[in-house]
Design a protein around this ligand. Structure first.
Ligand code: SF4
Length: 98
């Protein structure tokens, strides 16, 4: 009986820890859509090669932007888009060098 209680307690602890880590890392955060009004206003594109306008500098993208945070892999956070993630290969007119 003790082993069963201990097992259930450990499973519950692992589940709570997993949920907490997910919240902290924004693992389930949605990606910014190019059609999002805020994204449109900033000229955000998920692929910098599709960027238009004279503000775009060759080689610039979200992954080398000063505002890009905590990126791991293909996406990261940008304070300009609240809780949504931006593509590491993306770009917007607010890009600033790191
Ligand atoms: S501010 Fe930087 S990180 Fe945020 S969307 Fe624009 S280019 Fe990407």
């Amino acid at each position: 009986m003790s082993n069963r209680r201990e097992f259930i307690s450990k499973v519950a602890t692992i589940c709570v820890a997993g949920l907490s880590i997910g919240k902290l890392t924004g693992a389930n955060a949605a990606m910014v859509s190019e059609s999002d009004p805020n994204a449109k206003a900033l000229g955000y594109v998920a692929d910098a090669s599709n960027a238009k306008g004279d503000k775009f500098k060759a080689g610039s993208n979200c992954s080398n932007c000063a505002l890009f945070q905590g990126g791991s892999g293909d996406a990261g956070n940008c304070p300009l888009f609240g809780g949504k993630k931006v593509a590491a290969a993306g770009w917007c007119t607010a890009w600033a060098p790191k």
